[in-house]
Design a protein around this ligand. Structure first.
Ligand SMILES: C[S@@+](CC[C@H](N)C(=O)[O-])C[C@H]1O[C@@H](n2cnc3c(N)ncnc32)[C@H](O)[C@@H]1O
Length: 437
């Protein structure tokens, strides 16, 4: 059991903390708004960190409120009798305005929002979620802006709009710079606990060796590509995409990412009129082609017409262009890849779902975005909703329980032999996207 976190001022602002950082942290902790503002005059000051504890001014302003009392009936959570939450709210807003980073972690691997959540400070937690949503939307905008500026710019674009985008881009770039792991050579800088964690990239993943066993598919770094504990999520996803009343109607299905074939097995049981699978990894394709596979050439031949049941080998980024060209339409589309970030999923549903999904169809995806941290999960939920709306899609979230008994501890239970616990939450938000009415 990890030892309980000591949230005292003495524990959080270390003796090693340089005076300038200490001053800012003390003012944040004391919710001294005017004193703090004077110290935030330079860029980056709102995100300074105690070199030992990783405390940022946001952590300090939140932690200083202490744990919330259990709300009595009819009372709002966070109604701090001493008004500390109101003061903290103002300070937190000031810090965000001065460029404070919403997701810096401290030595306990907690972001400011994680601290707020643990202390039951819902209003402060929501401020952090709002800041996360703003930051993620800016990052997304920045990607688009870079693409725009490398080609011909829209001439009729409003000049003010462009200026605003440039400012937002600069702010996001500064945030990205601040969020980079710290230089290990500098002894006075805080090094986050996960600084050595190397994110999986799609290119490397698609070249890596894979290992299948009965209950998981691992890459060569022992990352869990797919695990059997997700079976219930797959079952619920199929039910949400093809409701029971429609299950005998022979729906047209597209699944992106075969993995262990769990969801494809479930789709196949419904005898779809069309069942297309896109898979990019050579080892997964080899697995599919084995004589005992359910999705080999016999399955392809068993479709109601030629090409109705088919595994498309290749990256979805290439294959969907072919499908669009062929004029394929689907009643149900599921997207669950590996080694790709949110921008890929966003590209898929913003650029391709509108052309591939029947007007009455449904789209869903494996919602593991940010699932190793509640606040990231909440941020992505909101960001996805906004981007879906931009693509003309409504999202409904079906919240389902995840049995955490064997998922609660790193390296134990289901995670035995798996490098990273990518799921930590007891609720899964299953997205069901449909075209706006
Ligand atoms: C998490 S697994 C899918 C699990 C699947 N839903 C199931 O029920 O077993 C992800 C799959 O996506 C594949 N994949 C990753 N990137 C891809 C890409 N760009 N195009 C197509 N498939 C991809 C992986 O090789 C892997 O087989």
């Amino acid at each position: 059991m990890p030892s309980p976190i000591d949230d005292s001022l003495q524990a959080r602002i270390s003796p090693e903390c340089p005076q300038e950082t200490r001053d800012i942290l003390y003012h944040a902790w004391g919710h001294d708004r005017s004193g703090l503002k004077k110290l935030l005059n330079e860029r980056g000051k709102a995100s300074i960190q105690d070199p030992k504890t990783g405390e940022t001014p946001l952590h300090a302003a939140i932690r200083a409120c202490g744990p919330a009392d259990e709300p009595t009936e009819g009372e709002e959570e966070d109604e701090g009798e001493d008004g500390s939450v109101e003061e903290a709210t103002e300070v937190i807003r000031d810090l965000f305005l001065h460029g404070a980073i919403w997701n810096d972690v401290d030595v306990n691997n907690e972001t400011p929002g994680c601290v707020a959540h643990r202390l039951g400070r819902k209003a402060l937690y929501n401020l952090c979620v709002d800041a996360g949503v703003r930051a993620e939307l800016l990052f997304a905008l920045m990607d688009g802006y870079e693409e725009l500026s490398s080609g011909e710019e829209e001439e009729d674009e409003d000049a003010d709009e462009v200026m605003k985008e440039q400012e937002e881009e600069a702010a996001a770039a500064a945030a990205a710079e601040e969020a980079k792991p710290q230089d290990a050579e500098e002894p006075l800088k805080f090094i986050p606990p996960d600084a050595n964690e190397i994110p999986v990239t799609s290119e490397e993943y698609l070249k890596s060796k894979l290992t299948y066993d009965d209950d998981k598919l691992l890459d060569s770094d022992l990352n869990g590509v797919m695990m059997a504990w997700e079976t219930d999520i797959m079952r619920r996803s199929v039910a949400a995409l093809i409701p029971e009343a429609a299950q005998r109607q022979g729906k047209r299905v597209l699944n992106i990412g075969f993995g262990m074939g769990i969801i494809d097995g479930m789709f196949a049981d419904l005898k779809p009129s069309k069942h297309h699978i896109i898979e990019a990894h050579p080892a997964v394709l080899e697995h599919i082609a084995k004589p005992d596979s359910k999705f080999g050439s016999e399955w392809e031949k068993s479709g109601p017409e030629e090409g109705a049941y088919k595994v498309f080998a290749g990256k979805w980024q290439d294959v969907v262009l072919q499908l669009l060209e062929q004029g394929e339409l689907y009643d149900a589309i599921y997207f669950d890849t590996f080694g790709e970030d949110y921008s890929q999923l966003r590209t898929f549903f913003m650029e391709h779902v509108p052309g591939l999904l029947d007007q009455e169809g449904r789209f869903s995806f494996f919602n593991g975005l940010g699932a190793d941290r509640r606040i990231c999960y909440d941020v992505y939920t909101r960001v996805v909703e906004m981007h879906c709306a931009d693509a003309g899609l409504d999202v409904e979230w079906d919240e389902i329980d995840v049995d955490m008994e064997k998922l609660d501890e790193d390296g134990e239970g289901e995670w035995k032999g798996v490098r990273r616990r990518y799921w930590t939450l007891d609720k899964y938000r299953l997205p069901v996207c449909t075209f706006m009415g």
